[in-house]
Design a protein around this ligand. Sequence first.
Ligand code: PGA
Length: 252
Amino acid sequence: MSFTNKKIIAGNWKMNGLKNDAWKLTNDLLSKFESPDEKLGFEMIICPPATLLSEVVSMVDGSPIKVGAQNCCDKLDGAYTGEISPVMVKDIGANFVILGHSERRSYYGETNELVAKKAEAALNQGLTPIICIGETLEQKENGSALAVIEDQFLNSIPENATIENIIIAYEPVWAIGTGKVATLQDIIDVHTKIREVAEKKFGSQNISILYGGSVKPNNAKDIFSLKDVDGVLVGGASLKADDFWAIAMASV
Ligand code: PGA
């Protein structure tokens, strides 16, 4: 387990939301926390676009909601036009950063090696990286999914990672935004594999693993029933406060 023994409910807003949307969504979520204290059975992390981080961080200040970025640079500062450094992410008050999402790997050419460098830089700033790994449909169909997962896991994790300071998100590429959720057996198989590889690398299986890919209120309970699932990374359904909250409540 990482920073928590509770289920982690992480929302990835992707490139969605203007100031007004962020204000409404965040307020709607805040209003659902009746008693903002540690008795809650889950940890909620929301990851808005970079333009909204500052706004959302101030809105959730003093509440149980935590904030993450969706990406960061592997460099700390300098002539890297358009990039956002992990120092900046930390400075703005976020504590997490999603790294190696399949959309970044496929649309922006991010390799395992780059993801590992970003994660190393993020860890050095005290951020918790949520490192995404997952096979494509083709890899699933040709039987190489577990080998791909092992390779991505071992090569996307930096030297300064420990079993406690990172979170892994298993997100089968074919399940992201498609409405096709992985079967419970798929999730068990891959999470078991990740734990085996973690054992080899770190000497412990006790790493936080989120499942992501078309998690919705109607399938969340089944997903949380799996003991190997430490939480979920939610895309589309995290843009609706009611749905995101329903997913969170399915974890307790
Ligand atoms: P989805 O996205 O829930 O819309 O499938 C998940 C993700 O990409 O993190």
